[in-house]
Ligand binder design. Structure first.
Ligand code: PMP
Length: 416
């Protein structure tokens, strides 16, 4: 390791966060390849948690962001940012939603969706003031601010009290397990008068790429319609081509009332998220309800317009579906008894480790470390019981093949 790399790793000790990175300072990225500060090359099987759906540093997206930085890097809602307007039109054209409200992070937008849902609950559904509830599912992840952390089932005592009237336990005390339609039915039956919205990930990402039963999403959507409950799809991780569809909700043939987008929205070059919806719900948003000084800045929205064009013109969804099939075939060919399944869809997937092999020396975290030593970036998930495999859908076939070979070699080596 060079001196400058060692010094960066030392300086990084001052950077605090809830996640422990691998000690690899990254200097350069192109499509599905990363280079560290010493020039060592890595195949990217992570996409920084499903951000780089169009590959790292796609020239069209980078150019759009750079051009915006050069010509006018800041316009916020005090005036009109033309590329924000264009982004709204693109979302309408590609996803079928007439309205968007942009924020910066995934958590910002699920928080905004919660506010919109509560307002809708009071104004349209006529829920008694103070009672509107936003229901989620166990093991969900919608962000880690105090309000979005409150939506989750894994809470920590030292942040209490959490935001009330949100989360996976209904007002009457039904715990809504992800993928369990009976739980949802019971919760909605008992509390349909106070539940304003149901927020759900079409595939649970941070829980370790967990796919619900085949009809779950559709049945959940129909139940929401039956009980006049807004259906909010959190597609921050699943959306924008990652799973083989522009929106994973489409795979279930449904059109959610609100869709949350983030991560890949600005093609991995700027922070940007959005809640998308139609006027019946979105026009409830009034002055002072939702916003951020830095949301929808010209570099972010210009990049997003370019990213959406790339998404459609290069048919990233189809690419993701095809590479996802190839990835699963290649893994099957390796015939690893340590891997019992490849979960997920398209390029949102995880290798499910065989519990028989799990030990202090064989775990997701150990595999992640060994893969990195061998030039492959993967990520341990679900407490080390799974390994997230989410390359950019644009990954070259050759790199995909090479990456699977490295992964299989590391699995065998670690299990030996
Ligand atoms: N929703 C989902 C489904 C996510 O996967 C994430 C991030 N993993 C978020 C929301 C939060 O996004 P951010 O980290 O940008 O706040």
């Amino acid at each position: 390791m060079s001196e400058s790399t060692a010094s960066i790793i030392k300086e990084y000790e001052n950077c605090k966060g809830g996640f422990t990175p691998m000690k690899i300072p990254i200097a350069k990225a192109k499509n599905a390849t990363l280079w560290d500060m010493d020039g060592k090359k890595y195949i990217d099987f992570l996409s920084f948690f499903a951000v780089t759906n169009m590959g790292h540093a796609h020239p069209k997206i980078v150019d759009a962001a750079c051009e915006a930085i050069r010509s006018c890097p800041m316009v916020n809602t005090a005036l009109i940012n033309p590329s924000y307007a264009r982004l709204a039109s693109k979302i309408h054209e590609y996803l079928g939603y007439e309205r968007i409200v942009c924020m910066c992070t995934g958590a910002d937008c699920t928080d905004a969706a919660t506010k919109i849902a509560r307002k809708w609950g009071y104004q349209k559904k006529k829920i008694t003031p103070g009672n509107a509830f936003v229901l989620t599912t166990t093991d969900c992840y919608h962000g880690i601010t105090i309000s979005t952390h409150s939506l989750a089932s894994t809470r920590k005592t030292w942040f209490e009290p959490y935001v009330p009237s949100v989360g996976p336990v209904s007002p009457s005390g039904v715990t809504v397990r992800y993928g369990n339609i009976d739980d949802l039915r019971e919760a909605l039956e008992e509390d349909s008068e106070t539940i304003a919205a149901f927020m759900v990930e079409p595939i649970q990402g941070s829980a370790g790429i967990v796919t619900p039963p085949a009809n779950y999403l559709r049945e959940a959507y129909l139940l929401c319609k039956k009980y006049n409950v807004l259906f909010i799809a959190d597609e921050v991780q699943t959306g924008l081509g990652r799973t083989g569809e522009l929106l994973q909700s489409w795979a279930s043939g449904i059109k959610p009332d609100l869709v949350c987008l983030g991560k890949a929205l600005a093609g991995g070059v700027a922070p940007l998220s959005a809640v998308c919806g139609n006027p019946d719900v979105m026009d409830l948003i009034e002055e002072g309800d939702i916003g951020s000084t830095m949301a929808a800045s010209p570099p972010a929205t210009s990049a997003a317009v370019a990213a959406l064009e790339v998404l459609v013109e290069e048919n990233i969804s189809k690419m993701s579906a095809r590479k996802g099939t190839l990835l699963r075939e290649l893994m099957l060919e390796e015939d690893l008894e340590q891997i019992i399944d490849m979960s997920g869809s398209g390029m949102l997937s995880a290798a499910v480790l065989n519990p028989k092999f799990l030990s202090d020396s064989f775990s997701g975290r150990k595999l992640q470390e060994l893969c990195a030593e061998n030039g492959l970036i993967v990520n341990s998930a679900a407490g080390g019981t799974r390994v997230r495999i989410c390359p950019p859908p644009t990954i070259e076939d050759e790199l995909l093949i090479q990456g699977v070979k490295i992964f299989a070699k590391c699995v065998r080596e670690l299990a030996a």
